[in-house]
Design a protein around this ligand. Structure first.
Ligand code: NAD
Ligand code: UGA
Length: 436
């Protein structure tokens, strides 16, 4: 089976590498010629653990190719995946489908023989049918079906998530398309991955419903953390106490500065807009969108409070810039809210992230200093704020902080350290939802 994947970003590149690892012949396509040239030279455009090895192995085996030339790859393909971005549309919060529809237009005339066109991008209900209509209009004779096959991988754990998913969801109507999708996911079927077939609309909605549910869960525990701080309870014990109830489950109950990343913020907003367009009330998700934005904005106030309101001229070290560890993705990262506020309050900011600094630099004010490593970042600072829980920060001991810092304030927005140990060492330690 030959696969063409249009859009070689996180999802397109990881999916392409994994499908080639399954043994299929894959061409990853992108209209970013520079990205494709670098990939062809073995340079990864993103940091994702294990990706470089997987790509290199499959390129060497002649199963994985990169190209900007959509025509021949689509003509040869049995399956065409659309994996381009669906960012928030400026002005109204809906998913911007410009890139998806442009790809539908572009591939239409190149389809040869029976082809299944699959949206892997996260797309609102109705998009698959529109993709089908666009192709049909541009190429009345094309022999094709459309399918929706949403992707559930997480950045930083993308290959494991793709290779061992909890489930595969496929939305399509025709038996021919179902057979192709079954063959495509046979390696996962063999390891007993549940493969669920639904209609197009249902599959499209499953993706948004899943992401929004996880965003609700995170916001719920963040609100409980706020309450814990007010009443002197411990949010980790609350999370454990409720998470042990199998109906609730323990995952995604870790409190923090608010969720970021390329998907939860845009997908919750797009789901709200879909519901509004259909006059359906989903107030829970609406509240989560507003609460999470406000939470990210409010994190800098915690830091200012920890410094007793005196931030002018203070040196503040920021550990971690990416929206989560094991990625260099900066999209909607809480650090992008926190740092400008602290700068506006008069602080000097020194920042360090193990992988995301190059991505972060163009997104942050030029007055931010970037340190070579975590210890240089902390050295002589009045306060340190841990924004992203990279493992290398866990190795920093309270003694090391005390030795390196000029001041003694530590704001741990990911609850990485033990409050008892930090306080015992003489640090003024503040975390999320736990008594000091
Ligand atoms: P991305 O921005 O990393 O990559 C998209 C790629 O598509 C870019 O390289 C861009 O140059 C390319 N592109 C745009 N228009 C094109 C065209 N006409 N022809 C060829 N290439 C084109 O995006 P991503 O993070 O991979 O997300 C893609 C989709 O997958 C989104 O809908 C997203 O919501 C969804 N998704 C993402 C993740 C994730 O972890 N990032 C997980 C699940 C689902
Ligand atoms: C998320 C989903 O987990 C994936 O299933 C989905 O495919 C993807 O979005 C997508 O649609 O793009 P991702 O954004 O890579 O994956 O990362 P997550 O691990 O879900 O974290 C998202 C945000 O929530 C991060 O800012 C993280 O710090 C935060 N988070 C997560 C918490 O604050 N607490 C938690 O308990 C879990």
């Amino acid at each position: 089976m030959k696969i063409a994947i249009i859009g070689t970003g996180y999802v397109g590149l990881v999916s392409g590498a994994c499908f080639s690892e399954f043994g299929f012949h894959v061409t990853c396509l992108d209209n970013d010629a520079d990205k494709i040239a670098r990939l062809a030279a073995g340079v990864m455009p993103i940091y994702e653990p294990g990706l470089e090895d997987l790509v290199t192995r499959n390129v060497d085996a002649d199963r994985l190719h990169f190209s900007i030339d959509i025509g021949p790859a689509v003509a040869a393909a049995d399956v065409v995946f659309i994996a381009v971005g669906t960012p928030t549309r400026r002005g109204d919060g809906h998913a911007d489908l410009t890139y998806v529809y442009a790809v539908a237009e572009e591939i239409a005339s190149h389809l040869r023989g029976y082809t299944v066109v699959i949206t892997k991008s996260t797309v609102p209900v109705g998009t698959g049918r529109e993709v089908s209509a666009i192709i049909r209009k541009a190429n009345a004779d094309a022999d094709f079906d459309v399918a929706s096959n949403p992707e559930f991988l997480r950045e930083g754990a993308a290959i494991g998530d793709f290779m061992r998913p909890d489930r595969v969801v496929v939305g399509t109507e025709g038996d021919r398309a179902k057979d192709v999708l079954r063959a495509l996911y046979r390696p996962l079927f063999l390891i007993e991955t549940p493969i669920m077939f639904t209609g197009l609309e249902t599959s499209e909605l499953i993706k948004y419903a899943g992401n929004a549910f996880l965003a609700v869960k995170i916001s719920y525990i963040n609100q409980m953390a706020d309450l814990c701080e007010a009443v002197g309870a411990n949010v980790h014990d609350v999370a454990k106490g409720i998470g042990l109830d199998k109906r609730i489950g323990s995952k995604f109950l870790h409190p923090g500065p608010g969720y970021g990343g390329s998907c939860f913020p845009k997908d919750t907003l797009a789901l709200v807009r879909t519901a509004q367009a259909h006059d359906v009330r989903i107030g829970i998700v609406n509240e989560v969108v507003a609460y999470n934005d406000a939470r990210k904005q409010s994190m800098s106030r915690r830091v200012i409070k920890a410094l007793h309101g005196e931030v002018e001229g203070k040196s503040i070290a920021i550990l971690g810039l990416a929206f989560k560890p094991e990625t260099d993705d900066m999209r909607d990262s809480p650090s992008l809210d926190i740092i400008p506020h602290l700068l506006a309050a008069g602080a000097d900011i020194r920042a360090y992230d193990p992988k995301a600094m190059e991505e972060a630099k163009p997104l942050l004010p030029s007055s931010v200093h970037f340190a070579e490593n975590a210890e240089d970042c902390i050295a002589d600072a009045d306060a340190v704020v841990l924004v992203t829980e990279w493992n290398e920060f866990r190795a920093l001991t309270p003694k090391r902080y005390i030795t390196l810092l000029r001041g003694s304030v530590m704001v741990d927005l990911r609850n990485v350290y033990s409050p008892e140990e930090m306080t015992r060492s003489g640090l003024d330690y503040f975390s999320i939802g736990r008594p000091a």
